[in-house]
Structures are given as C-alpha cells and as structure tokens.
Design a binder for this molecule. Structure first.
Ligand code: PLP
Length: 408
C-alpha cells in the first residue's frame, strides 16, 4: 500500500512538473478519472488481486503457433484498415454459426481490441450533445468513451431486486428527443446478468419506437453458467438494421494482449469506420490477425473455452459459498455469465469505496469499488474470479472477515 501511495504521489509530482514545463492537459483529458488504472495496474505484489478483467489462462499453443508461422512468412506489414479478408471471412462464418447472424465480410471491421471500436462507433454515430443510454451499472469505459466522443451518457437503472433485469419502461423513461443510441452488454460486466430474449425484445421495442441504434457488446458471450444462453441483439426480429454487434477475442479465446476485436453492421457505417480506424489506429496487428483466424477456425478452441469455463464455474461456486457463509454482511445475485462477482455489501453498513480501500489496506485484497460502474454501484464491490482458486478462496475469506470486523 505504501509503495502504491508513493507511486501515486510521484506521478502527481511528475504531472505538476510537466505542467511547470509548459505541458498542460486539455480540459477533456484532465477530467478523465484515472482511478481504474491505478487500481488495476498499481497493486503491490503481496496483494491478492481480485481486480483484473481478463482470463488467467495463457493463449492456446495452437494459436501461438499460427502467429509464429505468420511471422516466419513475413506477414508483418500494414494490413487493410478493416482487417485481412480471410479473418473477416472467418468472423462472418463465426457470426452465422454462433449467433445466427448473416454478415458479409464487407460488413465487418477488425480492430485492435473491441474498446477502440466502441469509441470509434460513438464518434461515428453520435453528434455533440446527443444522448447515449447506458445501463447502470455497466463497464466504466462506456460513459467515458461517450464523453470523449462529445456525446452525453444517460444511465438506465437495472432492477437489482430482479437479478438486474433491464425493463423497457425504465429505458423509455430516459428517452428524450436527443437520444440516439443505446449500449447493451450481455453477459454483463459487472453484474454477470445475461439478457433474456424477453429483455432483448423490450429493448428492441424501445429502439424501434424512438428510432435508436443499439451497440451490443457481446465480448463475454462464451462464458455462461447454469444453462444460460447468449442471444445476439441483431438476431431479434427487426433489429439487424439498427444494431451494431461488437465482439472480440480477448475473453473467449484468452487473447487479451493480441488486441483483436470486431464490429458487424451495415456497409455505410462499415465504410466510415474503416476510414476512422485507418486515420487513428491504422489497422489491427498483422500477426495477431493471423492468430485470430486460427482461434476462430480451429475445433480446438471449443475445447479450450470449455476448460476455461469449467474452471470459472468452480471458482464461482467458491464465491457463492463464501457469500452464503457471510450472508449477514454481503449478498449476491449469482452471475449468469462472465467471471465477476457483483457483491452487495450494504448489509455491512459500509459503502463499496470504504470496503475497497479498507480491504486493501488492512487485509491486502484488491477489489473494484462499485461506484466506478455507475451510481447504483455505490453499495457494491466487483471481484474477478479469473485468477486462481487459492486467491478466490483466501480473498473471499478476508472479505468476509473484514466486513464483519467493520459491521455498523
Ligand atoms: C464489457 C467489456 N467490453 C469490452 C471489453 C474490452 O475488450 P477488448 O480487449 O476487446 O478491448 C471489456 C474488457 O474488460 C469489457 O469488460
């Protein structure tokens, strides 16, 4: 903790120094909340890290091998800004097989990870002052990227007592004549909620009534528990033409650092996205694109994801067991997908921020304070169980002890 504080102090000092030297931040950049990155990347070595949002598995050997072959064949040049055709063809087949969606390779853009494509989409679709509906809670990138694109984030509450259901009447209430887009994410980071067909149809109804575009972030689609099924928004009747599907290989294929994401939409948007991506990010890494073809087309990937999900299923049980053991101080709606525990710590009488700070300081466990995911998250913390069985076991035990020790 001391090291962490020192590091933060020294980076604040550096900022002041650079300011003195004449480099001052734009208001836009100065307003960005840096806390997430301090938490995720700055944990001291002796802390149990339940913060990271990435699979603890390495990329599969057969994928690494495909990348080595690509390097040996000198596939190390720039590629087309929308990605190489064989990869877009593989994505087109994947969308058909996994998601029942028909997209030509021309309607697909490969990007260096899905995060930048969400930013470029917001940039391409929302004008200054347009409103973007974002569930509350939701992944903290969405409101930040919306603000950076010049639009306004408007949060839509999810019903915490109904397993974080997204109800059409709650969405409708937030629609104004400036509303242009809605972002959905299923399975959800942080709640683990999987949107049912009924909920998707509810969102679709609002989108059709108010002529909204839906950005559907499906990055956790392969990580599901207890027979929950993933349904793509674009497969809902009438939604293909008003949905942009966003996905990537970081979570389901353990390829976080390769930075491969993609979007599927109509040709007009795809053409503009190709230019935006070309001007900013240029293209996704050429070697990574070849690795991605192997990941998407090899039968071995199916086994790999099964192994990962079986492991996370086991750790999810550990989390649920501890929440039950300490039910006087915490509760949870069991995650239906992804690898996060969205834990309500309000029975302890504390708020998420107090818990994340105190737990780190006194018990050396790193968790994310829920308020980062939206106002409704102030009574929550998010833990990631994409770590090790031992870390989950020990981290949850310490969390329970900490909450009881400080119960108000
Ligand atoms: C909901 C959600 N979407 C997208 C991403 C980013 O994935 P990528 O690695 O493709 O940028 C994350 C990563 O944590 C996420 O939680």
């Amino acid at each position: 903790m001391r090291e962490l504080m020192d590091e933060m102090d020294s980076s604040a000092e550096k900022q002041r120094t650079s300011h003195k030297n004449g480099i001052s931040l734009s208001e836009r950049a100065a307003n960005i909340d840096d806390e997430v990155f301090k938490l995720a990347l700055g944990l001291p070595k002796d802390v149990i890290p339940l913060t990271a949002g990435e699979p603890d598995f390495p990329t599969a050997d057969f994928v690494n091998l495909a990348a080595k072959k690509a390097m040996d064949s000198n596939f190390t040049h720039y590629t087309a800004s929308n990605g190489i055709l064989p990869l877009r063809e593989a994505i087109s087949r994947k969308l058909k097989e996994d998601n029942n969606l028909s997209y030509d390779p021309d309607e697909i853009i490969v990007s260096p990870g899905s995060s930048p494509s969400i930013f470029l989409l917001l940039f391409a679709l929302a004008d200054r002052g347009d409103e973007v509906l974002i569930p509350d809670p939701a992944w903290f990138h969405y409101p930040i990227l919306t603000g950076l694109a010049g639009a306004k984030a408007v949060r839509v509450p999810q019903r915490r007592d109904e397993g974080f259901r997204l109800a059409p009447e709650d969405i409708e209430r937030k629609v104004t004549d400036r509303t242009r887009l809605m972002i959905i994410n299923s399975p959800s980071n942080p709640t683990g909620h999987v949107l049912s067909r009924e909920e998707l149809e509810g969102v679709a109804g609002v989108a059709e009534r108010h002529d909204l575009i839906v950005i559907s972030d499906e990055i956790y689609e392969k990580i599901l528990y207890d027979n929950h099924r993933h349904i793509s928004m674009a497969s809902i009747s009438g939604m293909r033409d008003r949905t942009v599907t966003v996905n990537g290989l970081s979570k389901g294929y353990a390829m976080m650092g390769w930075r491969i994401g993609f979007t599927a939409s109509n040709v007009e948007l795809t053409g503009k996205m190709r230019s935006l991506l070309g001007y900013t990010l240029v293209c996704a890494g050429s070697v990574a694109q070849h690795a991605a073809i192997e990941a998407l087309t090899s039968q071995k990937s199916k086994e790999y994801v099964k192994t990962m999900v079986a492991t996370w299923t086991r750790r999810r049980k550990i989390v649920l067991r501890y929440v039950d053991e300490y039910k006087d101080v915490m509760r949870i709606a069991p995650p239906e997908g992804a690898f996060y525990g969205w834990i309500d710590i309000s029975p302890s009488g504390m708020e998420g921020k107090q818990v994340s700070t105190g737990l780190l300081k006194e018990y050396k466990v790193g968790v994310m304070p829920g308020y980062l995911f939206g106002e409704s998250g102030k009574d929550y913390i998010r833990i990631s169980y994409a770590t090790s069985d031992d870390f989950v076991e020990e981290g949850m035990k310490r969390l329970g002890k900490f909450l009881r020790a400080h119960k108000k």
